[in-house]
Design a protein around this ligand. Sequence first.
Ligand code: CMC
Length: 380
Amino acid sequence: MDQTINRGLDGVYIDTSAISFIDGGKGQLVYRGYDITELADKASYEEVVYLLWNGHLPNAEQLAEFRAEIAPHYAVPGAVYDLYRNLPHGHSPMHAIRTAASMLGAYDDDPDGVDLPNVRRIGLKLLAEFQTITAAYERIRRGLQPVAPRPDLSLAGNFLYTLTGEVPSEAATRVMDVALVLHAEHGSNASTFVARATASTLTDVYSAITAAIGALKGPLHGGANTAVMQALEEIGDVAGVEPYVLGVLAKPGGRVMGFGHRVYKVLDPRAQVLKEVSRKLALESGDSKWFDMSLEMERVMDREMAKKGKEVKPNVDFFSASVYRMLGFPSDMYTPIFAVARISGWMAHLFEQYADNRLMRPRLAYSGTMGLEFVPVERR
Ligand code: CMC
């Protein structure tokens, strides 16, 4: 029996997918045929979600219809707010949001149907509800009342509005839109794989999404953006960056968060876009501290990795940290914001998975002992 082992499923193709393509050698990411850099520059998040879900960009009428389909779904059951009020708030907000996402299933009239119309209905609901549950958690843990969503605002605008209670500027909405577009989809990353593997048992969408949120939370995946900002906060200033990086790299297995990628061996194209967004925000605000520290970290990592002959470049989580900081988000909200964006990609993959399902059931090569004789407990 062939027992070729690809630890971490490195290089393993589990299926075909028409949703996105990554060229890790060129640093290219394509959603449904469109280069991510162009989409980040020119498309709204709603257009990108429509693209991911339908395979083509919407015309003006289709886009208006799509926005109108999303709008009624922002409201969430009041029980979610009660849950938040009763939860301890000392841990990562991902615990609260993962729990709330699971809870939404219990309030759905048809949570279990995995026929495509029902999965699409749930996808639309989750796209809007997810924003509401994320923003509401932040307000409730700060002792504030949740803000009723404004269905007339875009997804990006509405998210900022429900978080702050103020209609955001066009500039802030656009930055948020770009961040959502860049984080929407990324092939068979760990959380999307988990979503697809969970759905492959033909369990429901809520279970698959809840599992995906749990996977995203890890510091090797979406949790890295929070870890980047926590590191920058700990370092404190540009002068502290170099000793910090050298200290991390000196430890066996030491990882500088926000660097490296399983697929990209050159700069992650999303990091390139976010780097420019971060630079622009720093210039406009007159406070370049976080951007300057990020640049310094990139410089030191480049030098140190070159010495070891390794290609370890900034990934999407690296510059998103300073961008989110300059938008005013607390660092532990960065990963929940990643989830707000990635819900669209997860759903696109669930449409594909349910439409042509095969149970995912890989093997493990047994490395334990064999042939032991059972000894009753009283004789052990
Ligand atoms: N800091 C220092 N060295 C690194 C880093 C890093 N962040 N990333 C990779 N390396 C080195 C690593 O030490 C290894 O060296 P060696 O071959 O001598 O052991 C080499 O590069 C290859 O690393 P690997 O861990 O075998 O590669 P991988 O494909 O398993 O790891 C990764 C990918 C993302 C887990 C890893 O780069 C990492 O831990 N990065 C930090 C966490 C992070 O930023 N995660 C976000 C990923 S992108 C956004 C997302 O998907 O959510």
